[in-house]
Every structure is written in structure tokens, then in C-alpha cells.
Design a protein around this ligand. Structure first.
Ligand code: NDP
Ligand code: MG
Length: 389
């Protein structure tokens, strides 16, 4: 074990989206870090409506929380705030983990940068929506922005000490999702249950559907561009069947640097909380973990042809375009995934619906947070209304 226990003080932490896949894993990581003397205290929690939130309040006894309705039978010391932004303003934590889903998290992320020393950012829709807003705000305020998305955590680590001029290409990997071995024609009517059966990762429903359509990789290509200020031409996607490779840097001199590790989100979550230190949290007793399956299986990557996969093509089309198109891509996809999960559109229709929405969107720049969220909500509502009966 390293010397993380010798931190000067207990770090305070707020977790937004604490009942979700990343949120619950974040709390588990915090428990393990605390057990190892790595002082961390949860001072604020936020979720929408999941009943497990009540137990989280009892376990962590935070000073503040956000939930869609008032709760009874919870510690009296926990104050309920009407909005995540209001809670962050009051708590001023050392670190905020944004593990909530959807584009609305852009507002939370920007507030977290204002109020916290470090933003641990799992949510990707906020970067797609905001473009340069989050990284530029972090820079202007001198705050730490540590990506949690596994590919971007990998890129963050690969880029440490790399001169951008030396980079020829940046690859982020995709597992291909639940339907990766299916014929295209069979995919058209894949059921919700089939799509939610991801081969490598345990994740929330929205991102699991996005993995199957490849929209997750499309969003991540855009996320990579803005988080790391990379030229569009350098960003590519590749398939990695066992999800052991997360990101690759290809240098002009012929070298490749590969970021690899088991597909377990607790690794990048822990790294975002303990950076620049590395603390093992996978095993209860803190021993290093070897995953023989991933270590010895060959790390075969296959390039993902942007022209063949409509979501990747769409990402390429909007990445440098006026921001209304990026917003339309993300908003239409959020609405379309929900419609698919509600069984109102087929799996095949999902991507076509997103494509149609982007193609019909007028292209213009939107830079203010309120206007971005207004456009985002407006497009979502329009798509939902189209399928409401
Ligand atoms: P989940 O659907 O599992 O969880 C979402 C969480 O956000 C829940 O706690 C939910 O509360 C909460 N939430 C939703 N809307 C709001 C809101 N408006 N305000 C406050 N809380 C809200 O999602 P995931 O954990 O899978 O993903 C979260 C984010 O992280 C996404 O952006 C995803 O793309 C990204 N990500 C996820 C990965 C993963 O492995 N899961 C990997 C990399 C990135 P409730 O439960 O009450 O509805
Ligand atoms: Mg990812």
C-alpha cells in the first residue's frame, strides 16, 4: 500500500448521482479508501428518486442532500436542498463526483468547479453539451478536472508528460456492446433485455444502450476532443473485445503508448479521487489485483470504420460544427434511448431518429449555459412528443 494515509486532512466529498452505477461504486471506493486511512468524508449526496438513497443517507450521514421529494426517518443533521447547485454552494467540498446521468449535469459540473477544489467527472453528456465550457472554466478557476470515463482516464494518464505535437492519433476503444456479434438485419428488432446484456461492463441502462448503438463511442470521441483539446483528425475509435485496452496514443515516431486494465470502473473512480497517487481498492485488504484473463488474453484492437457506423459518422459531422448540432445529437439520443427503454421505438429506429433530428437542426453557436440547457430540453421534449401516443 502506498502512503496515501498521510494526507494532511480528511477530504470532503459530494457525490451527485449516488444511487447509480458510478455513484454506488464511488461510495464503495470511498469506504475502501477510508478503511485504508485515506481520509474521505461524504458531506453531500444527490439522486433523483431511487429508494436506496434513504439507506445511503443513514450510512453516510451527510450534511446535505438533494432528492426529488422530502424524506422522513433520515438523520436530522442532513439538510435537504432544492437544487444540486444550491447544495454545492453551501457545502464547498474538496471534491465533487458528477455521476448523474444526462445533459443537465452540465450545470452541476460548472457549479462543482466553482465550489470544489476538484471535479471528478464521470458524466459525458455534459462535455458533449458544453464543449469547451467545462475545461475552460476549470482552467480559468485553477481547479482540477479529473475524467472518470475509463477511456478518458486512460487518455489523461497517457497525456501526462506528452508533447501534443508528437501525437499522430488517439484511439479510444469500444467493446461493441451487447449486439456486437449480431447481423445488422437482426439488430433492427433487438429487445430491451437483449440490449441491456453487456458482455464486459456493469453500467446504468442509458449507457448500456449507447454501447450497443455505438453512440457511447460517438459521445466519447466528442468528450475526448473537448476535454483534451485534440484536433478532430487525430481522434479515432477501435474495437477491443475484452475491454482491457482503454486508450492508445500513436506517436509520429512510430511508438504507441497503451493504457490497459481490467474493465472495472472502481479503478478510474479511485484514481480520480486519489490523483496523483494510486491506491488499490479492488480487494478488501488492499492487495494488488491481477486479472489473469485480461493479462494473458491478447490485446487485439480492430479499427472502427467511421463511415460504416452511423453514430461515429454523426460524431465526426458535429464535432467541429456549431454547437447546436452537438446539443441536438445528445438531446435526441437521450430522448430516443428513453423511448427505446419504454418500448416505443425499435432498436434500429433509435439511431435513425437521432440522425434525422441532427440533420434537421439549424446550425448555430450556443455558448450560455441557460441557452444550452433550453435547447437541450426543447429538443428532448420535441422528440418525446413525436412518440407520445
Ligand atoms: P445510472 O443511470 O446508473 O445512474 C444515474 C444516477 O444519476 C442515479 O443516481 C440517478 O438517480 C441520478 N440522477 C439522474 N438524474 C439526476 C438529476 N437530474 N439530478 C441528480 N441526480 C440525478 O447511470 P451511470 O452511473 O451508468 O452513469 C452516470 C454517468 O456516468 C453517465 O453520464 C454515464 O455516461 C457516465 N459513465 C458511466 C459509466 C458506467 O460504467 N456506468 C462509465 C463511464 C461513464 P436515481 O437512481 O434516483 O434515478
Ligand atoms: Mg467509457
Amino acid at each position: 500500500m502506498n502512503t496515501s494515509a498521510q494526507r494532511e486532512k480528511t477530504a470532503t466529498c459530494v457525490v451527485i448521482g449516488s444511487t447509480g452505477s458510478i455513484g454506488t461504486q464511488t461510495l464503495q471506493v470511498i469506504d475502501r479508501l477510508s478503511a485504508r486511512g485515506y481520509g474521505m468524508r461524504v458531506v453531500g449526496l444527490a439522486a433523483r428518486s431511487h429508494p436506496s438513497f434513504i439507506q445511503q443517507l443513514k450510512t453516510y450521514r451527510p450534511a446535505g442532500y438533494c432528492f426529488e421529494r422530502p424524506l422522513t426517518g433520515i438523520p436530522e443533521t442532513a439538510r435537504r436542498y432544492g437544487a444540486v447547485e444550491e447544495m454545492l454552494d453551501a457545502l464547498h467540498p474538496d471534491m465533487t463526483m458528477i455521476a448523474s446521468s444526462g445533459g443537465i449535469s452540465l450545470s452541476y459540473a460548472l457549479k462543482a468547479l466553482e465550489t470544489s477544489k476538484r471535479l471528478c467527472l464521470a458524466n459525458k453528456e455534459s462535455v458533449v453539451l458544453g464543449g469547451r465550457l467545462i475545461p475552460e472554466r476549470a482552467k480559468a478557476l485553477g481547479k482540477e478536472l479529473i475524467p472518470v470515463d475509463s477511456e478518458h482516464s486512460g487518455l489523461f494518464q497517457l497525456l501526462l508528460g506528452t508533447d501534443r505535437k508528437e501525437i499522430r492519433k488517439v484511439y479510444i476503444t469500444a467493446s461493441g456492446g451487447a449486439l456486437r456479434d449480431w447481423d445488422e438485419s437482426r439488430k433492427e428488432n433487438a429487445s430491451v433485455e437483449q440490449v441491456l446484456r453487456h458482455p464486459n461492463w456493469q453500467m446504468g441502462a442509458k449507457i448500456t444502450v449507447d454501447s450497443a448503438t455505438l453512440m457511447n463511442k460517438a459521445l466519447e470521441m466528442i468528450e475526448a476532443k473537448f476535454l483534451f483539446d485534440l484536433p478532430k483528425e487525430t481522434i479515432a475509435a477501435a474495437f477491443c473485445h475484452n475491454s482491457f485496452v482503454h486508450a492508445v496514443l500513436a506517436y509520429w515516431d512510430g511508438h504507441f503508448k497503451i493504457h490497459a486494465g481490467p474493465p472495472d470502473m472502481r479503478i478510474p473512480i479511485a484514481y480520480s479521487l486519489t490523483y496523483p497517487e494510486r491506491v488499490s481498492v479492488l480487494e478488501e485488504n488492499g492487495t494488488a489485483v491481477e486479472d489473469p484473463r485480461s493479462l494473458f488474453e491478447p490485446m487485439i484492437l480492430k479499427p472502427a470504420d467511421t463511415a460504416v457506423h452511423p453514430p461515429l459518422r454523426l460524431a465526426q459531422a458535429v464535432i467541429d460544427a456549431p454547437s447546436s448540432l452537438r446539443i441536438a445529437l445528445n438531446a435526441a439520443n437521450e430522448a430516443a434511448v428513453l423511448l427505446f427503454l419504454q418500448r416505443k421505438v425499435t432498436f434500429g429506429e433509435l439511431t435513425r431518429l437521432v440522425e434525422r433530428t441532427v440533420l434537421s437542426q439549424e446550425a448555430y453557436e450556443v455558448t450560455e449555459l441557460s441557452q444550452i440547457l433550453e435547447l437541450h430540453e426543447g429538443i428532448k421534449r420535441r422528440v418525446e412528443l413525436d412518440y407520445s401516443c
